[in-house]
Every structure is written in structure tokens, then in C-alpha cells.
Design a protein around this ligand. Structure first.
Ligand code: BG6
Length: 473
């Protein structure tokens, strides 16, 4: 397509993103083991993580939307929309059911071969999250999750296997989904059972150190096994503004932001930032490190930063902050409206975050999650007229375009949940992001039939025109 002022860069990648545990189902098929997601009832924020599966209870990930068996139809629909990129995770427990085996499970490897081949045959390149809240449960039960340094070896073995196998099919890899959620949801991000308490920070920082080392090991293995490909990190980076110009609000918001950026600082710059020393000292945290750790972090940094952006909120000194899968929610911002699920909608915040991150790192960015979870209703004509989703997306993509014009290097955009999937935070199906509706409710009832929403054709036109359609009157 001819480049015009309103178009995105010619090589901009457009697509959608899901996670294996929220879509695939088939939780115990073809040799798959149990992941930490498979014992969660009701979502990782609002639900319960059981110690083992209770056959009497409903676990949304066990069937999810049956993507494992339906993926050919779904990929055909993504291709119809014109996707050039599709982000999914490899479910670690399909490859190493317990996580500590010597040999991988061939049936699991074959599934992703088939999925990637299907995508590629339709002109869509796969992008992989290596670990999206799907650590094998055995690694938590037996070793204590990422609190245990041994996990670095298990993760490295897993990376080696999947890099060797898919190096010619997957160019962009991300290590840990929203790794900065270690502070907010350590169960999901670090497979650890860490409750609030006096030792919380000690344990979170120690486990994070292991994750950093594993991230660098993945980068190292990537350079050896597939030097043409890229290994990046992935963070949850919805923004946090000061609620007022009171210096306590301004600095409080800044400090809060650094809790997240600490993770990308280490993974992209290759060392612990100096500001963390004060935090560690004040909380009596001592991170156990071994000889060679610092060198590994320094030598093997990520080549791009991928992130999720859903909302912004504000920090008001002395008021509580509540954590959601979309980001921290603090004091209400009177200038923004909320989604059906209480998340503030702020398209310009996306431009702000892209600029903030590019200024800080000067490394390519990928917006790999953004979208509107809404309560879709089927209208009398049997269709879903989700003009609110179109509006959300149009405004966010216009701001993304502005960020590109500002000079940020942004390689692509994958809308979260292009097909309805299980909500990570609440385990619901009723929180729908998709351009494609899936007939299933929160209790597991439904035919799983797929149906296009109005946003399907709209996103298709945006991709077809490489963004120009956003500016249509
Ligand atoms: C991100 C996660 O935190 O937010 C996804 O990476 C998740 O797994 C997404 O689905 C949206 O959150 P939710 O709770 O609406 O599914």
C-alpha cells in the first residue's frame, strides 16, 4: 500500500492476542500436565487457587473456548480480518507436564507445530509468550515456584526445546507475561504462594531475581539457537497519574510507577537501578545472588519491550490502591469514563505510555494487549452491535498513531482477546473482549458456536487500509 500521512508504517504488524490457558481448554489431553491456572476457580484476582483439582468444582480453563480443537476455524476468521500477527502462549505443561522432566512431550510440541503452520499458511506470523501464568503446578508444589533458583534450569530447558523446534516459525518471543505483576499477583506471575506479611517483599524480590536470571538465560539461548530472532520482555504498563499537583501525589505516583519499571529497567538495561537500593534497605530485603548473576543480566538484555495497556488511574497520597489485571486502580479520575467492569478508559494514556517507555529505553515497543471487556448483548436481529468497542478501539489506535508520529518505534499491535475468552481476573466469560462472540456462559453452558460482532468488519477495514480507515468521517 502507498504510504500516506494517515497510514501506519508499511511494515506495522496488526493482530490479536490470547493466552493458552484462557482459550485452549483440553487441559488434560495429549499428555498435558496441570498448570497453576488449571486449579484456579473464579479468576486469579477474585478467585481461589485450590491445592488440587476438585472434580466437583467448575474450572473455566478446563474447556475454555476449546481453541485446542477449534483453532482452524478461529485462525480462518483471524485471517479474514487480515491479521499479520497472532500472539499466543505456549502452555508450558503441554511441553513439560510437570516441568522437571528430562524429555519433552511430543504431542504437545506437535500441537504448536500444527497451530503455527496453520497461522503461517494464512499469512499470519505467530508471536509467543513463553510463560503466561501457566507454570506447571508441580514446580510450585515440589519446589516453591520461582522462589526456588532451580526453576531457572527447568525454564531454560523448556526454552531450549521450543526455540529449537520453532525457530523457523516464530520470530518474536516474550519470556514472562506481565512479569511486574510479581508484586500484585505473585501466584500468577511467579507461581508462588506469597501472602501479605512481613516477609512478602523479601520473597517477591528473591523470586523476581530468579525470573530476571531466567529471562537473561532465555535471551542467551535465543542468541545461540536463533540469532535472527528476537526475545523481549512483557510488562503490565497501564499508567498511573498523580491525582493533583500536590508534590506528595506527584512523587507518590512516580514511585508507584517505578515499582513496575523496575522490571523493565533490569531486563532492558541489564542491571538493578540505584533507586531500588533504598527500598531494599528500608524493608530489610537482601537478595541472594551468586557469582556471575550480574554479568548474565548485563550481557543478555531483551531486544524489545512488549506491554499491556488497558487503563489509567490516579494516585492520591493516603488512599488505597486496588489491583486489577488491567493495572493498579487508585483514586477516581473525573475526566474519564469507566468500562462495564469499572476500568477507566483513557486512549491518550496509550500515547503517554508509548512516549514514556520509548524515552526511557529507546528500544522497540510492541503493544501486545489492549482492549475493551464489555457485557455484550445479543440484539433482536440476533447480532451484536458493539459500537462501544469500535469507539474504544478507534480512539486508542488514533493515539497509537500519534505516538508513532511522536517518534516512538512501535512494531505492532495485538488486540487482547480478538475472540471471547475466559477472563484472567475473574474467570468469567461474560467479560467479553472479542470481535468474535463465543456462545458460552460463566458456568460452562453454551454451544461454543462462534459469531462475528460488528467490530469484526470494522477492524478488518482498519487493517486493510493500514489504519487510514480510523480517520474516515
Ligand atoms: C492481562 C493478562 O493482565 O489482562 C491477560 O495478561 C488478561 O491474561 C488481561 O486476560 C485482561 O484481564 P481480564 O481480567 O479482563 O481477563
Amino acid at each position: 500500500m502507498k504510504q500516506t500521512k494517515k497510514a501506519f508504517p508499511n511494515d506495522f504488524l496488526w493482530g490479536g492476542a490470547i493466552a493458552a490457558n484462557q482459550a485452549e481448554g483440553a487441559w488434560n489431553e495429549d499428555g498435558k500436565g496441570v498448570s497453576i491456572a488449571d486449579v484456579v476457580r473464579g479468576g486469579i484476582i477474585s478467585g481461589v487457587a485450590d491445592r488440587e483439582i476438585d472434580p466437583e468444582k467448575y474450572y473455566a480453563s478446563h474447556e475454555a473456548i476449546n481453541f485446542y480443537h477449534e483453532y482452524k476455524n478461529d485462525v480462518a476468521m483471524f485471517a479474514e480480518m487480515g491479521f499479520s500477527l497472532f500472539r499466543t502462549s505456549i502452555n508450558w505443561t503441554r511441553i513439560f507436564p510437570n516441568g522437571d522432566e528430562e524429555e519433552p512431550n511430543e504431542a504437545g510440541l506437535q500441537f504448536y507445530d500444527d497451530l503455527f503452520d496453520e497461522l503461517i499458511s494464512k499469512g499470519i506470523q505467530p508471536m509467543v509468550t513463553i510463560s503466561h501464568y501457566e507454570t506447571p503446578l508441580h514446580l510450585l508444589d515440589e519446589y516453591g515456584g520461582w522462589e526456588n533458583r532451580k526453576l531457572i534450569d527447568f525454564f531454560s530447558r523448556y526454552c531450549e526445546v521450543i526455540f529449537q523446534r520453532y525457530k523457523d516459525k516464530v520470530k518474536y518471543w516474550m519470556t514472562f507475561n506481565e512479569v511486574n505483576n510479581m508484586h500484585k499477583i505473585p501466584y500468577a506471575a511467579g507461581a508462588c504462594r506469597i501472602e501479605d506479611g512481613p516477609d512478602k517483599l523479601q520473597r517477591v524480590y528473591q523470586a523476581s531475581h530468579h525470573l530476571f536470571l531466567a529471562n537473561s538465560m532465555a535471551v542467551k539461548l535465543g542468541k545461540i539457537i536463533m540469532p535472527e530472532n528476537e526475545v523481549g520482555c512483557m510488562l503490565s504498563l497501564s499508567a498511573f497519574y498523580p491525582n493533583t499537583c500536590h508534590p506528595d501525589d506527584v512523587f507518590g505516583a512516580y514511585e508507584n510507577r517505578r515499582k513496575s519499571l523496575f522490571f523493565s529497567d533490569v531486563m532492558l538495561r541489564g542491571e538493578y537501578p540505584t533507586y531500588v537500593n533504598r527500598i531494599l534497605k528500608e524493608h530489610n530485603v537482601t537478595i541472594e545472588k551468586e557469582a556471575g548473576d550480574e554479568q548474565l543480566l548485563k550481557e543478555y538484555t531483551c531486544s524489545f519491550l512488549a506491554f499491556s495497556y488497558y487503563l489509567t488511574s490516579t494516585y492520591k497520597a493516603g488512599t488505597p490502591i486496588y489491583e486489577s489485571t488491567g493495572g493498579s486502580i487508585g483514586y477516581e479520575n473525573p475526566y474519564l469514563e469507566n468500562s462495564d467492569f469499572g476500568w477507566p478508559i483513557d486512549p491518550k494514556g496509550l500515547r503517554y505510555v508509548c512516549n514514556e517507555l520509548y524515552d526511557r529505553y529507546q528500544k522497540p515497543l510492541f503493544v501486545v494487549e489492549n482492549g475493551l471487556g464489555a457485557k455484550d448483548e445479543i440484539a433482536e436481529d440476533g447480532k451484536i452491535h458493539d459500537d462501544y468497542r469500535i469507539e474504544y478501539l478507534r480512539k486508542h489506535l488514533v493515539e497509537l498513531h500519534e505516538a508513532l508520529e511522536d517518534g516512538c518505534e512501535i512494531l505492532g499491535y495485538t488486540y487482547w482477546g480478538p475472540i471471547d475468552i475466559v477472563s484472567a481476573g475473574s474467570g468469567q466469560m461474560a467479560k467479553r473482549y472479542g470481535f468474535i462472540y463465543v456462545d458460552k456462559d460463566d458456568y460452562g453452558n453454551g454451544s461454543l458456536k462462534r459469531m462475528k460482532k460488528d467490530s469484526f468488519d470494522w477492524y478488518k477495514k482498519v487493517i486493510e487500509t493500514n489504519g487510514e480507515y480510523l480517520y474516515k468521517d
